[in-house]
Design a protein around this ligand. Structure first.
Ligand code: MAN
Length: 184
């Protein structure tokens, strides 16, 4: 029989190996628990009617307005990026999907909200506004053939409004991109 000689720390090699295996299992447990929590949070998140926004997860769309580039990352965050290299400003993190009635005039190019009930994605708790509240963004959606950030405005200081076209807002939620009959 082989002798199980003590290591320099006084522990036998078999005990040291068992301790190593325990540590590895603990680390594995921790990372799996974290992964489980991430999945649970994701399942609890509102991805809209028929989960239409799941396909847009991880995608972003942007546009340039004046000295800034504005970016919308679907169900994630909105950002204001200085073109002069003054860094990025968080304009809010996604919290929920609401519905509101839009009363905008139709635009000849179709790139507008028009009239009727629209989905509004709320992004809140962005970077603090000097002497004011945290920045937030209301992202208004209208049906369009492709994802496009049409325009961005600052309706009041540090409260932003994005108007966005996306197939995800077309009425036939089961087949994004397919317009309903009365829209054709
Ligand atoms: C920056 C930008 C503006 C905002 C002001 C508020 O300049 O984020 O959009 O109105 O800060 O101080």
């Amino acid at each position: 029989m082989l002798a199980d000689n003590p290591t320099s720390s006084g522990e036998t090699r078999l005990v040291a190996a068992a301790r190593g295996a325990l540590e590895a299992a603990k680390n594995d447990f921790t990372s799996k628990t974290t992964a489980l929590e991430t999945e649970e949070k994701d399942l609890a998140k509102d991805y809209g009617p028929d989960d239409i926004f799941r396909a847009l997860k991880g995608k972003c769309t942007s546009t340039e307005v004046g000295e800034y580039e504005y970016e919308l990352c679907w169900l994630d965050r909105t950002t204001q990026k200085s073109k002069k290299g003054h860094g990025h400003t968080g304009m809010g993190n996604f919290v929920r999907i609401d519905r509101e009635v839009s009363d905008d005039e139709e635009r000849p190019d179709g790139k507008g909200l028009g009239k009727g009930q629209r989905m509004v994605l709320r992004y809140e708790n962005g970077q603090g506004c000097w002497n004011g509240p945290n920045r937030r963004t209301d992202v208004w959606l209208a049906c369009a053939e492709k994802d496009e950030l049409w325009r961005v405005s600052e309706s009041e200081k540090c409260v932003y409004r994005m108007e966005v076209g996306t197939p995800a807002a077309c009425e036939d939620a089961n087949e994004p991109g397919v317009k309903t009959k009365d829209e054709l």
